[in-house]
Design a protein. Sequence first.
Length: 274
Amino acid sequence: MTGPEAADTLTAARTDDPELAVRAAELVRDAVLGDLARRVVAECGADVGLVGVPEPLPGSRPGSEGMVLRHWAGTRADLLHDVPVPAGLGLGGRALAERAPTWVPDYRAATTISHHYDAAVAAEDLYAMLTVPLMDGGTVHGVVYASLRTVVPFGDVRICAVGKLAAAATRALAGAAAWSREEPRPERPRSERPRPERPRSQVPRPTAPVPPLTRREHEVLRWAATGRTNPEIAAQLGLTCNTVTGYLKSAMHKLGVRNRTELALTAKESGLVS
């Protein structure tokens, strides 16, 4: 079933059968992610396109993140098919954990990633690799890989091209997820609602002073807090992806945080973004 056909099924199912709507949403997801892997190869010059889908991994701790490589294009062997990837392992696991694109010109020689998947990568004769998480706010719908069978640095053009495909796929996935949810129940009149007690953890805390950010750092931070990827921010502000990365690293240093998730939370708690 193609993406449009799955979408038509989903539209019909939404009002008739909630279970069918959920199943149709899964079909749309599979169609979108399969198409994404193929388009990374066809339109971005990659030799291999892969997409990891977030799933609970066997034997993993409750609450731990992970994904499985469920979609692929351009592969010669099957060692990268249906591979479980815990958050933090390999290049894709790092993108999943950090919620940010990451790339290496030579996967096998890279010193910034774990090398749990070297045998599978070598079997495909892959070297340069880019991974981009499919982010919708705080939700990760997957991670797309663009890999080449040569050692080459990733330029802004290719990074932004993969980022645009990832952003389009993310919008489709977010829409499918929204379509499959039940319609919200009518709200009770305000006078009839019980007044909940504020949990202790939600009591407002005084914000600590933070070092001043530059105008550009604040602009990049504001977009990053909405879940936008570096390529999307670059396109929005007319910057290169490397420049966006530099501004984000500077903001993280000033705010004393380690990743994009902590950056967004600290920025909101400090009143830097609404």
